[in-house]
Design a binder for this molecule. Sequence first.
Ligand code: ACO
Length: 430
Amino acid sequence: MANDTLSVTDNRTGKKYELKIENGCIRAMDLRGMKVDAEDFGLMAYDPAFMNTANCKSAITFIDGDKGILEYRGYPIDQLAEKSTHLETSYLLMNGELPTKPQLDEFVTKITHHTYVHENIKQFMDGFRYDAHPMSMLASTVAALSSFYPEAKQVKNKEVRRNQMMRLIAKMPTLAAFSYRHSQGLPYIYPNNDLSYTENFLTMVKSIGKPNWRPHPALVRALDVLFILHADHEQNCSTTSVRVVGSSEVDPYSAVAAGITALYGPLHGGANEAVLRMLREIGDKKNVPEFIKKVKDKDGDKKLMGFGHRVYKNYDPRAKVIKKACDEVFEVTGKNPLLDIAVELERIALQDDYFVQRKLYPNVDFYSGLIYEAMGFPMEFFTCLFAIPRTVGWVTQFEEMITDNEQKIARPRQIFTGPKKRDYVPTEKR
Ligand code: ACO
């Protein structure tokens, strides 16, 4: 008997089956042949929230959650954060290898020349209420881009597809900046092709009244590092949304818009906003033990936001880099007073049995909000700062899915728990 198989006895029938094990997985479809009788649909796997189901094979990002390892195309995240730029990392994610100098130059030039958006987009933005959340604006305008590029529907055509991928990476900072400016009642600033990706973004967001204003280089670098850390994270909620929506072969703008809306939720990209609200609520270092008590209270509904992760059961490697980046940013901006509360929360939580036993560690969102706030971004904008760099991850995963022969339109099964067939009763008889 081959070793890489799983022997199963179906005790309902006494029948024995041998399932192939490949890459540490059995194929869920192999269960289908296990039937009680010919009428039986066959066995299924029940896995709400995909806790233990691999939805794809992927060569992009590797995570070992127990060891706290994150690698893009084999390169450790801390090395990329220290040595790379967001656009170089984007090239790596999209193409599988680090670029040569001419390849990188060409890539940067292409991205830079796609940063402008159609003038109608500005009018589209103007249609939002003055207090619209920037993530709602971003999601809607990205979906709207699909109407500007009808050729984007040709998802199987590599050249056309790649064009849209570049456009999305290039235009996301412009759209995010426009949504910020709209929410602040400020005029939109056009992209400047002489600036780097991140410097251009910060300039479009922050520049007021001084055409030659430029952000502090240390802040540009810190934000670029944060962009690298957020570029991809394998099959998380938003990426899975992009893959699922994209599996219908819709254009990448529509699929990425779905990713943005998934990211908006407080359990995903919205967590850094929630962390700041939590730190404000705590208000002072001395209130930390009381807050931790409330979090541990089973009858309460408080969570320690920015802690815990579906995959990491160790310190999130991105949180380590961000904690270091805090110092560099605070040197320029002055210390965010909430940092002391965060550090105290982490210190107490990491030695508390509740968190230790559940392997709850700070995740990427625990410290990122503090940096964003110190840089002068309002809380509502934090998730946009996540969506910009994640765009390369979304489009790369979209492409991997669309070119994978094993993929089909995503369509899970269900266990039906509702009433079985019954006859309609007229209103007067109910
Ligand atoms: N605070 C307190 N308790 C927690 C927390 C937390 N932040 N996270 C998990 N737990 C507890 C759960 O109550 C549960 O306890 P129990 O076993 O006694 O019932 C146990 O730890 C396991 O938690 P699950 O909810 O099963 O973990 P899951 O993998 O489903 O959730 C999640 C992961 C959503 C990230 C969760 O940890 C959470 O809500 N964290 C706070 C929000 C957050 O920071 N999200 C950002 C994630 S990173 C990102 O998206 C970029």
